[in-house]
Design a binder for this molecule. Structure first.
Ligand code: AMP
Ligand code: ZN
Ligand code: FE
Ligand code: FE
Length: 291
């Protein structure tokens, strides 16, 4: 049984529509796929229908932009009630921050000699509610400024580069509580990837666990073998669920093919059990898989 719990569609910054992603999941031999677009449930309905049609099990979720001690931490939220008002309010702030920083990034790029317009970026964003740097990267690629998204991040859009601007993110601790109260299961995405490594040691993870954190994503392309081994033992110490996933973005990210990392059946079942327990405690309907 192949389980991949972290992917992106065009409902954020992936390159496939939610329906195309479900077809790709089936073609890749996945049995279970988690759809975790950035800061939004916009792709859930289309994905749910498509998953049923092609015969894969869908776990709906999202990857929420949070910050802890000044570092960015991506929080995967599985099966939260997307209508829970505190979640709706906080996601609206994050999405507004995504849209709001676009003019600043464009101004900074122009000052550095790269001329793109807001409309060119918005054409890439399409009907995704989550404007992301990958959309800007795609414009830079289309205009021949850089060969691919990776180069766009390295030269122009990554932290400290000319086009970089900060944006609003929720507090990690508050968001873990909100996701849990929404009947969802909170899992830290790539805890030792980019900026978040320095703030996510064992004691920080233990603190988040007291607020409801259920697991950590251990098998991810941002982690080398040593990181995975250490994170696995921390998860064992703390009794956290261990997930593995591709963080697939269609053609937008190399080396992140569907199923390149996977989650074991027992950890997947634990994750679902946590979500079911949180939903029961909260007295909320959880958008359970396939339903
Ligand atoms: P943003 O959401 O605007 O903060 O942009 C971050 C997104 O860009 C994340 O989804 C990353 O997966 C993606 N990203 C970050 N670095 C790269 C890279 N080097 N190549 C392609 N995508 C990247
Ligand atoms: Zn992304
Ligand atoms: Fe991420
Ligand atoms: Fe991701």
């Amino acid at each position: 049984m192949l389980i991949d719990l972290h992917t992106h569609s065009r409902a954020s910054d992936g390159t496939q529509s939610p329906a195309e992603l479900m077809t790709a999941a089936r073609d890749a031999g996945l049995d279970v796929i988690g759809l975790t677009d950035h800061d939004s449930a916009a792709g859930w309905d289309e994905a749910t229908q498509a998953a049923r049609r092609v015969g894969v099990t869908l776990v709906v979720g999202m990857e929420i932009s949070t910050k802890l001690d000044g570092a960015g931490v991506h929080l995967l939220a599985y099966l939260p009630d997307p209508t829970y008002p505190p979640l709706v309010r906080e996601l609206a702030k994050v999405l507004a921050g995504r849209t709001g920083r676009l003019p600043a990034m464009i101004d900074q790029l122009r000052e550095a000699g790269v001329d793109i317009s807001e409309q060119e970026v918005l054409d890439r964003v399409g009907d995704s509610p989550a404007v992301g740097r990958p959309h800007i990267a795609d414009v830079l690629v289309a205009k021949g400024v850089v060969p691919d998204r990776t180069a766009a991040f390295e030269r122009w859009l990554g932290w400290g580069r000319p086009g970089y601007a900060t944006r609003y993110a929720s507090q990690t601790s508050a968001m873990v509580e909100i996701v849990t109260a929404a009947g969802g299961a909170a899992v830290i995405a790539h805890p030792w990837g980019r900026g978040s490594r320095r703030v996510l040691d064992e004691s920080a993870l233990a603190d988040l666990q007291t607020l409801g954190l259920v697991g950590i994503e251990v098998d991810h392309q941002d982690h080398d073998a040593a990181d995975r081994s250490t994170l696995r033992s921390i998860a064992g110490e703390l009794d956290l669920v261990v997930t593995g996933s591709s963080d697939h973005h269609g053609t937008g990210k190399v080396d992140h093919e569907l199923g390149c990392n996977t989650t074991s059946v027992d950890q997947y079942e634990l994750l679902l059990a946590h979500a079911a327990k949180h939903a029961a405690t909260a007295g909320r309907g959880t958008p359970l898989e396939g339903s």
